[in-house]
Design a protein around this ligand. Structure first.
Ligand SMILES: *[C@@H]1O[C@H](CO)[C@@H](O)[C@H](O)[C@H]1NC(C)=O
Ligand SMILES: *[C@@H]1O[C@H](CO)[C@@H](O)[C@H](O)[C@H]1NC(C)=O
Length: 479
């Protein structure tokens, strides 16, 4: 079934992401109960990488990897200037594609209990200049094969299968910074056969029925509307740290890859399906992992498998009701702005459902919740001049005439009763000092799922415990 490999097929499924990097450092010079005081000059990131302020500890049953922004000065991918970083407007547009595909995937699963595979023709794939758009905000570097090759992968809690571009790139590989993985040079690589039961589990992990090429299992996955990876399904040794390696991890060896991955070697799937790396390493780490996304592209965070949560973590249960098989669902119950909980009916949140996603940039709120948030935020920010919108962000300020600003605090409430304070760096999205925007957006449909995006997760330690079915949040996980 060569045609499967060589046609750009694709299904409608999901997600993935993008963002650039200019997170801001958000240097706070004062703080009271209801607002953050921020130096305006800290709204844009610095151009050099600050070494991590926290030493990553490593002990039994725990493996920590450094997390960097793909386009920031801390990224090893950033040296290649031929891979252009996207603009903020492009990032936000890509974010919208990811969100659309998540919404469509979840509404499909509500309606039918699963996604139909829809094979579409190559001509419906937007002709994007493949190297321009870079997605996936956050990357980690892992080792694959024997001898191991270092590969920088976008990590994604919203998808399951892990894949990397592979030689000989039978159909197409986009430009990546590191050498493309060559399975024929790895003594530990094995193709998976079409008749293997693990091959059929690709259907739930990717939303597509697997194909078969000369008896080798073929996977295919599409993200958003214009990026995909198709290739052989195989296993090889995955090395996370010098002490933690797994001899045979199932992954996709991509022979036809296109899209928004801008320079990274592929994707590390951290979803809830059984093919995700989290599930495949469950014997060792019990489906426990945590991460901290740095405040800006000039600092680093971490991704840890195993280990325990910070003592000051607040936990809320994972919900599975409307979350779909891959996503981490949460029960949201409210939002506070400037210390006051907004009057939003609980049904606004329960009708929509909610997920937390590492790959969506801007949190997407139910429309009624976003209007209440925006109205309250604008009122508390009324002394600052509003300026034009930035893509999906409609509440933007010109801070040119200020050296410090005071921004209301924002908190998320969950049905379990906890409140999680969004860090100062998770409230604003700075394009330039004269255009700094409230970093939230509304869904257009009240039944679309609420997405807790990665800007709002900055500096929080987010601790996933897939075995106990809960997620914990602790402030100050990284800087
Ligand atoms: C895996 O299977 C494909 C398709 O049959 C084949 O072209 C490729 O050489 C195989 N790779 C290895 C390393 O055996
Ligand atoms: C900044 O201050 C100058 C001088 O008072 C004024 O002309 C200008 O309109 C102000 N700009 C903004 C964005 O407030």
């Amino acid at each position: 079934m060569k045609c499967f490999l060589y046609a750009h097929f694709l299904c409608l499924c999901l997600l993935f992401s993008l963002e650039k990097s200019y997170g801001f450092e958000g240097r706070k010079i004062a703080e009271n109960h209801h607002s953050h005081t921020i130096e305006v000059s800290s709204l844009l990131p610095s151009t050099s990488c600050k070494s991590p302020t926290k030493v990553l500890s490593s002990h039994d049953n725990k493996a920590s990897l450094e997390v960097v922004h793909k386009y920031g000065p801390c990224s090893r991918l950033n040296q290649d200037k031929t891979i252009a970083a996207p603009t903020h407007a492009e990032i936000l547009l890509q974010d919208q594609s990811r969100v659309k595909s998540i919404h469509s995937r979840l509404s499909n699963s509500k309606a039918s209990g699963g996604n139909d595979v829809k094979v579409i023709d190559a001509t419906t794939v937007p002709a994007k200049d493949g190297s321009v758009v870079g997605s996936g905000n956050y990357i980690v570097t892992v080792g694959l094969g024997t001898p191991q090759k270092q590969l920088s992968l976008i990590f994604d809690t919203g998808s399951d299968i892990t894949w990397t571009q592979c030689q000989p790139c039978a159909k197409s590989c986009y430009k990546q910074k590191e050498q493309i993985f060559d399975p024929s040079q790895s003594t530990s690589y094995t193709n998976i056969s079409c008749s293997s039961s693990i091959c059929s589990s690709l259907t739930s992990a990717t939303g597509n029925t697997p194909g078969c090429a000369s008896s080798t299992c073929v996977y295919g996955i599409q993200y958003g509307d214009s990026s995909f990876s198709v290739g052989f399904f195989g296993t090889d040794k995955l090395t996370l740290t010098s002490t933690d390696a797994f001899n045979s991890i199932y992954f996709g060896c991509g022979q036809n890859n296109q899209g928004l991955f801008g320079g990274s070697a592929g994707l590390l799937g951290l979803g809830r399906d059984k093919l995700s790396v989290v599930s495949q390493t469950a014997q060792k780490y019990s489906k426990i992992f945590s991460y901290c996304l740095p405040s800006s592209s000039s600092s680093t965070g971490f991704l840890t498998f195993g280990g325990s949560a910070s003592k000051n973590s607040k936990f809320t249960p994972l919900s599975t009701i409307s979350a779909g098989p891959s996503f981490y669902g949460l029960d949201f119950s409210g939002i506070s702005v400037g210390g006051t909980k907004l009057a939003i009916s609980a049904s606004v949140f329960s009708n929509a459902g909610a997920i937390i996603d590492s790959g969506t940039v801007i949190s997407r709120l139910p429309p009624a919740a976003y209007s209440a948030l925006r109205a309250s935020f604008r009122k508390l920010m009324s002394k600052y001049p509003l300026t034009s919108a930035l893509s999906i962000l409609d509440t933007c300020y010109d801070f040119s005439n200020y050296s410090t600003i005071s921004v209301p605090k924002i908190g998320f409430f969950f049905s379990s009763g906890i409140e999680v304070d969004i860090d100062a760096t998770g409230i604003l999205y700075a394009n330039r000092i004269s255009q700094v925007c409230l970093a939230f957006a509304g869904n257009s449909d009240a039944t679309d799922v609420f997405i807790f995006g990665n800007v709002q997760q900055k500096t929080l330690e987010v601790f996933y415990d897939g075995s106990a079915g809960k997620v914990g949040f602790a402030p100050g996980g990284c800087s």
